[in-house]
Design a protein around this ligand. Structure first.
Ligand code: DC
Length: 337
């Protein structure tokens, strides 16, 4: 359900009609885009402008660019040491997403804490190496990592422990009604808690993988985990890995990547991982699991696995995790400069 959010933005401009119009529209466009806004979701936009910008009305420029929204304009007094030539917008809107504030040009100096916050969505099929890559990227960029698969695994495990058939949506929903899932970071490492109990070490078995894939197709389960994933991205720079991060969870993420590899390469990697953990599995079983999960994850009705139209696709058959991390880190750092 949508809630009301306050979204802020600022930009600097020269005192000419042309520059005021250009800057105001650029700021409004960016705020609309980053927050997935449409005029009909906006309650109002408040505009304030420092009193040295007299060449044109910002509210008028926004209205003339085609936005039919309630606008209220005010002039800011000249405050000693304040930023000159500054346009500020505050948008009140109904939104399903946390506010993405936008500070452009000279106004970036106003809120360095907010302007540097960004999200990286890393989606792809199971075993593509997303979590290894995401850990490397989070370390190199010093940002938070959320492995969203762990949340589905925690709920899959809970159903298994309670002897609930994971394909029975009604029973799963009943079983999970009283279950709370939480993420805590212990020295930068993600731990998953179910009703306050740490289940991190119990969720990596093949049985839990299949249970997670099955429960993740249930709309109730996806809804239950959506808010938690978005909360972590609020006010923190993050990398989230999953299946629907760039399409559903954070559709306005600044950076989106889709990591793939052939089923055989993915199964080989998973097999080696499980063997290293001492689990007794065969390559053929792991490959069959990978193929079944691919099919479940990409054919389900709600939030299926798919590459967002604006994601960069990375084929990792012939790339190491380090090389994939290099691609992501360089795209991000290039664009943040
Ligand atoms: O990434 P993983 O293998 O840990 O994910 C376990 C299952 O959870 C996977 O089969 C699909 C599901 N999943 C999902 O549907 N959406 C996500 N964002 C992450 C995982």
């Amino acid at each position: 359900m949508s809630k009301l959010v306050s979204i802020r933005g600022a930009v600097t401009a020269k005192n000419t009609k042309e520059d005021i119009v250009r800057s105001a529209i650029k700021l409004a466009d960016e705020l609309y885009f980053k927050n997935g806004l449409r005029d009909e979701n906006i309650v109002n936009i408040q505009v304030s402008v420092t009193d040295d910008l007299t060449a044109y009305s910002v509210a008028r420029a926004i209205r003339e660019s085609g936005h039919a929204v309630a606008l209220m304009s005010a002039s800011e007094p000249d405050i000693d040491g304040g930023l000159k030539g500054c346009i500020r917008l505050m948008i009140t809107a109904e939104s399903d997403y946390p506010a993405h504030n936008v500070y452009l040009g000279g106004a970036r100096a106003l809120r360095p804490d907010l302007t540097n916050v960004y999200a990286i969505a890393l989606d792809g099929p199971s075993g593509a190496g997303k979590s290894t890559v995401a850990k490397l990227v989070s370390k190199r960029l010093s940002i938070t990592y959320l492995d969203t698969g762990a949340l589905y695994r925690a709920l899959g495990l809970t159903c298994l422990n309670r002897n609930i058939s994971v394909s029975d949506a009604e029973k799963v929903e009943k079983c999970l009604k009283d279950v709370s899932v939480e993420i805590v970071y212990d020295n930068g490492t993600q731990r998953v808690m179910v009703n306050g109990v740490d289940v991190t070490m119990l969720i990596r078995t093949p049985e839990v993988s299949m249970a997670a894939s099955a429960v993740s197709a249930i709309p109730y389960v996806r809804k239950k985990l959506l808010g938690l994933q978005r909360e972590i991205a609020e006010n923190n720079s993050v990398i989230l890995d999953g299946r629907d991060i760039g399409t559903v969870v954070l559709p306005h993420a600044e950076f989106k990547f889709f990591l793939t590899a052939s089923a055989e390469v993915r199964a080989r990697r998973r097999f080696n991982e499980l063997k290293a953990k001492g689990q007794s599995v065969t390559y053929a079983d792991v490959l069959a699991d990978v193929i079944t999960r691919d099919c479940n994850d990409s054919t389900r009705a709600v939030a299926p696995l798919k590459c967002a139209y604006d994601a960069i696709k990375i084929e990792s058959d012939d790339l190491s995790a380090e090389q994939v991390a290099d691609v992501i880190v360089s795209k991000v750092t290039e664009s943040l400069q």
